[in-house]
Design a protein. Structure first.
Length: 291
């Protein structure tokens, strides 16, 4: 290798180190943090892509024009989130994937499509408007706390949309419960056993192939970079899921076994011991208290 080539490589290396140092100075974070963001944001983009496809596929099942327009609007908002997250990665200087990589998202997408083929609107709404949106809300709340200013701002903006989507789902499913409680509860049980294990399996810093595609060591990045850990995230997600089920008004005799079943795929519900089947009417025991 000649002197000119060595000088060129040295210049490139210096430029890279300079960019990394500038990023750390600007955001107060090290490379572990940037790797963590690359992993989380890429996985989040996958979820947003799935949401666009789910909402788009669900439109023909919606009952009236207003409902169809509302669902199209949800799909458009999810597509906006994809662009916001991809732009965030570009600004902060870490790689992001803008396609679905992890198999869990593809599995959930498959279950949703199966519900569409059955014309099971209740199952579709439960999967996308309740389960997926609830997990998204937990994630964006986490990203809005102990992260750099750019990430926190984007997370808060997206969180506002996701909260609205969850409210839409609660309203939609609540209305369907009034018409046919048995059918909607059946849809909940069907969706829960297929989708919730997939969602909770992604609350992890291990992955199938995303890490290698991003060239990051998911096992070494650590959530301590954002002052949280896997156990806390899983507890937060479980609490949020139970709160969503309560908000809709599902029968606790149906939801209690579902929550208890989550221990079979590695989730130990911290409040299941407080669940009782003799709860007074109108009293929620999911959170270990009456409201």
């Amino acid at each position: 290798m000649n002197t000119t080539s060595l000088q060129t490589e040295a210049s490139i290396a210096a430029m890279h180190l300079g960019r990394t140092a500038a990023q750390e100075e600007r955001h107060g974070r090290d490379q572990r943090y940037l790797d963590l963001m690359a992993y989380i944001v890429s996985n989040t983009i996958s979820g947003e892509i799935m949401a666009v496809e789910n909402y788009s596929e669900m439109v023909p099942l919606m009952g009236g024009t207003d409902a169809k327009i509302e669902t199209v609007k949800q799909a458009l908002e999810e597509s906006k989130h994809i662009r916001m997250l991809a732009s965030l990665g570009k600004r902060l200087g870490y790689p992001v994937k803008t396609d679905i990589v992890e198999p869990q998202w593809l599995n959930i997408r498959g279950h949703f499509s199966a519900a569409v083929r059955k014309k099971d609107l209740a199952a579709c709404l439960i999967i996308q408007d309740l389960m997926t949106e609830t997990m998204a809300i937990v994630l964006y709340k986490t990203l809005g706390r102990d992260t750099d200013p750019d990430t926190a701002q984007v997370a808060r903006l997206i969180l506002s949309d996701e909260l609205e989507h969850l409210d839409i789902g609660v309203r939609r499913i609540g209305a369907m419960l009034q018409d046919d409680r048995d059918d909607v509860h059946r849809a909940l049980v069907w969706a829960h056993h297929r989708v919730m294990p997939e969602l909770f399996s992604m609350i992890s810093t291990s992955c199938h192939s995303l890490c290698s595609e991003l060239s990051v060591d998911c096992g070494g990045i650590g959530l301590d970079s954002i002052s949280t850990d896997i156990d806390q995230l899983r507890v937060d997600a479980l609490d949020a899921y139970m709160a969503t089920l309560d908000a809709v008004g599902f029968d606790i005799k149906v939801t209690m076994p579902l929550i208890a079943s989550m221990s079979s795929y590695g989730m130990q519900p911290r409040v299941v011991v407080g669940l009782r089947t003799d709860a007074a009417p109108g009293c929620s025991t999911h959170a270990g208290r009456c409201c």
